[in-house]
Write a protein that binds this ligand. Structure first.
Ligand code: HEC
Ligand code: HEC
Ligand code: HEC
Ligand code: HEC
Length: 158
């Protein structure tokens, strides 16, 4: 049989949990733009060959396709890395172009400790490419996942 005081305690506990939930919802944690990303220059020391091949792809220079006016428009979403639009860090524009992490996922933790692979994507899924390679692109010329994947960058000879 439940006593009156235990019912009160229970009610108080429930009220506390509910208000915590309300507070948690009222102040959601906002991730800083580009949080978790290290950007391509950080990958260069350890993946020099891949960095070198990638730097000659159109992906690396995709931001140069946009005039400064176009960069203010929605255009930028598919010509930068990550989903936060243009990101400046210490006065430098860090996420221009389709960088490593657009396909491999945010990799700051891995760059700091290479053994850390959680969240690191080896082979980007079709959906990752098709976020940009779709009819929403004003210059869409079609996309063939199987055929185009290997053009991301050549893999080092093993
Ligand atoms: C301090 C050195 C270091 C840095 C910096 C580094 N990596 Fe790596 N990375 C490694 C090592 C070592 C491996 C394992 C190599 C292997 O398995 O052949 C690896 C493996 C990978 C793999 C393959 C994972 C798999 O499952 O096969 C990817 C993708 C990758 N790194 C992406 C990146 C990206 C993107 C960056 C920059 C944001 C980066 N790395 C920065 C050392 C580094
Ligand atoms: C357009 C997408 C794309 C971009 C951009 C990209 N990669 Fe990759 N990367 C791939 C694909 C696809 C593979 C091969 C995956 C597979 O078939 O297993 C790969 C493989 C790798 C591997 C594994 C290589 C091995 O020998 O096993 C590493 C490391 C890597 N990429 C690092 C990088 C780095 C560093 C950059 C930037 C300088 C970069 N990638 C940019 C798509 C991309
Ligand atoms: C964040 C947007 C974005 C993502 C993600 C993306 N791409 Fe691209 N891709 C572009 C843009 C923009 C261009 C055009 C660059 C230019 O012409 O300046 C392009 C161009 C290309 C080209 C032509 C490259 C050349 O040098 O001729 C290939 C091939 C390609 N992408 C394949 C892929 C594949 C495969 C994936 C997924 C593994 C992928 N892309 C993911 C935006 C993206
Ligand atoms: C939904 C993603 C997306 C949006 C939004 C987008 N682009 Fe692109 N853009 C791409 C991709 C992907 C390519 C590579 C061509 C292809 O295969 O679709 C590209 C290629 C280009 C090219 C190279 C020309 C060519 O024929 O390849 C230019 C220039 C360009 N985009 C400018 C713009 C401008 C300007 C806007 C805004 C009005 C814009 N883009 C909006 C994804 C996008």
């Amino acid at each position: 049989m439940r006593t009156k005081s235990s019912t009160v305690t229970l009610a108080l506990a429930v009220a506390a949990l509910v208000s915590l939930g309300v507070l948690a919802r009222a102040t959601p944690r906002q991730a800083a733009p580009g949080e978790g990303y290290a950007w391509a220059d950080a990958c260069k020391p350890c993946h020099a060959d891949i960095y070198e091949s990638w730097s000659h792809t159109k992906h690396a220079r995709a931001i140069s396709r946009l005039s400064s006016g176009d960069q203010q428009k929605e255009c930028i979403t598919c010509h930068v890395t990550g989903s936060d639009g243009k990101i400046d860090k210490d006065g430098k524009f860090v996420n221009g172009g389709i960088q490593c992490e657009a396909c491999h996922g945010a990799a700051a933790a891995h760059a700091a400790d290479p053994a850390f692979r959680t969240g690191l994507v080896r082979k980007a899924a079709r959906e990752v490419c098709e976020k940009c390679h779709s009819a929403k692109s004003p210059h869409f010329r079609g996309f063939y996942y199987e055929g185009m994947l290997a053009l991301s960058h050549p893999l080092p000879k093993k």
